[in-house]
Write a protein that binds this ligand. Structure first.
Ligand code: HEM
Length: 505
């Protein structure tokens, strides 16, 4: 009898809950509650922004997921000023001065969005723990110093520049004097091989072989970690994730193997060099409590170096090359500077020589990082339990602040004609202007971090010096890109084509 009663009551409740008018009323009541709450207590009252931002972050999140948060953020800041509300508890910032204030100390930590990078294990890149961050930066620091990089420069040149030169030469020879390349992929393979040397102890030979599966493993591993964090079921039964889980395992095993190889070499005194590469600093590092890093921790650190170093560098170089094709006068100056200073074409140019002699070339890199920074989203930071006073607004505690790094390069108070590609901005007495851009971030979590061939655009290229974009003050049109972690070309097979030929002189 009791059971029947309970069943009856449950059916009543269920029927009531599923009744359409009840659902509608519940939604309306919730909406009303939110509106009243915002009217009475809105911590971000007075911060300008689109109407929906008071109620939801979803429209902005959508732009992030679709990869066009960068162009949208430009529009928002143009309309609403340097501090814009983009969600009930979210603001976007575009002033370099405000971003530097936030990034200068550990007080405004990274948000939990970083957790999906590196198998979900806290690393130099993803940790929000101040002690762990300081400790990792202390141990890995020597590999980023010039003295450390000098010890691996030859290896880097061989794995990077030399392989690239050989690859282009071989392809030109087998292609009747012409090689049409996808320069985005070519540069991605080059930086992958260099990161291989630095963090895995060997080149991946991606340039010569045309790629390496590790790129796919990294993508799938990040997806797998994000799924596991979002849905606990996948943590219990990870095999349900399928190929992405298997790729994540392959990445973990491959990275552990690299660390084991290095430890074996040291143990068996088979390491015939004293070079200070990142893998060495990873296997030597300690945790803040003095313990050695576990194999999984070492693997996670190798993988975040790959994620942080590979695409950022190859995407920067992709934009540099793209801009050279759009601004041929700038490229001629670069070419002349190199040929005048280094007439012997068979010699490799070292980093030190570049810094001493190739000032104009270096200025083109700064200008590329201003105009099209590789990391053009949106670094998220918390406003801490105290809040923070920015140049135009006070931001209360526990607000998510999205730092739109690219905004600093377009600040009209600092840059004349920000849409133009003018490397001279960073020359002579203006050399210090590179401090006004923050493509490598800033402060305590700042990024620690020849000419034998001609190149031309294919005849049917949709980009070139004379294809102008009214949206960019009639400067040459830039290739279509989407910004997820980095600002990557959307269709590199079509848009990043370049034709290499041999120089006659
Ligand atoms: C042009 C190339 C590069 C660009 C534009 C770049 C940009 C950045 C940016 C914007 C950050 C801050 C990220 C954040 O706070 O969310 C960062 C952090 C970092 N980068 Fe780079 N990066 C580059 C190259 C590299 C390379 C080659 C490596 C390693 C070999 C590297 C390793 C790191 C690491 C480990 C961090 C985390 C630092 C920390 O949180 O303490 N980056 N980078």
């Amino acid at each position: 009898m009791d059971i029947l009663n309970t069943k009856y009551t449950l059916n009543m409740i269920l029927g009531f809950l599923l009744d359409k008018s009840f659902i509608l009323k519940a939604i309306c009541a919730y909406g009303l509650y939110k509106i009243i709450r915002i009217l009475i207590h809105d911590p971000l009252k007075g911060i300008p922004g689109p109407w929906w931002s008071k109620f939801s972050f979803t429209p902005y999140r959508f732009t992030l997921l679709r990869g066009y948060a960068e162009s949208y953020s430009f529009e928002l800041h143009k309309k609403y000023g340097p501090v814009v509300r983009v969600g009930p508890n979210h603001i976007s910032l575009d002033k370099g001065k405000d971003m530097k204030k936030i990034l200068a100390s550990y007080k405004y930590p990274k948000t939990d969005i970083y957790k999906s990078i590196g198998f979900g294990i806290p690393t130099i890149f993803s940790t929000i723990d101040t002690d762990l961050s300081k400790s990792r930066r202390h141990y890995f620091g020597p590999a980023f110093l010039q003295s450390g990089l000098d010890t691996v420069e030859d290896l880097i040149l061989q794995a990077g520049a030399v392989s690239l030169i050989n690859k282009i030469g071989t392809e030109i020879d087998s292609g009747n004097g012409k090689y049409q390349a996808n320069y985005f992929k070519l540069l991605q393979n080059t930086t992958l091989d260099i990161i291989g040397i630095l963090a895995f102890g060997k080149s991946f030979n991606a340039v010569s072989k045309g790629g390496h599966p590790i790129i796919e493993w990294v993508k799938n591993s990040m997806f797998e970690t994000a799924l596991k964090q979002g849905m606990p079921l996948f943590r219990i039964f990870p095999f349900l994730i399928g190929k992405k889980y298997q790729d994540s395992r392959k990445l973990m095993e491959f990275s552990i193997e690299s660390a084991r190889n290095r430890l074996d070499q040291i143990k068996n005194k088979k390491r015939d060099t004293n070079s200070v590469d990142l893998l060495q600093t990873i296997v030597d590092a300690k945790n803040p409590d003095g313990s050695d890093l576990t194999e999984e921790q070492m693997a996670a650190e190798e993988v975040v170096i790959l994620i942080a170093g590979m695409d950022t560098t190859s995407v920067t170089l992709t934009w540099l090359l793209h801009l050279y094709t759009l601004y041929p006068d700038v490229y001629s100056k670069v070419e002349n500077e190199i040929l005048e200073n280094f007439p012997e074409k068979s010699n490799l140019i070292t980093y030190k020589q570049v810094k001493e002699k190739l000032k104009y070339f270096v200025a083109t890199i700064h200008e590329t990082m201003r105009l099209t920074p590789a990391v053009n989203g949106i670094l998220p930071r918390f406003s801490s339990s105290d809040g923070i006073q920015l140049s135009t607004h006070y931001i209360p505690k526990d607000v998510r602040m999205l730092l739109f790094l690219e905004g600093a390069g377009y600040d009209k108070d600092i840059w004349d004609h920000p849409n133009k590609f003018i490397p001279e901005r960073f020359l002579g007495d203006k050399i210090h202007m590179s401090r006004e851009i923050i493509p490598l971030s800033y402060g305590v979590r700042v990024c620690p971090g020849k000419k034998n061939y001609h190149f031309n655009l294919p005849k049917d290229s949709q980009y070139g010096p004379h294809i102008l974009d009214p949206e960019r003050d009639n400067e040459p049109k830039l290739l279509k890109s989407a910004a997820f972690l980095t600002r990557t070309p959307i269709d590199s097979d079509s848009d990043c084509r370049i034709i290499f030929t041999r120089r006659n002189n």
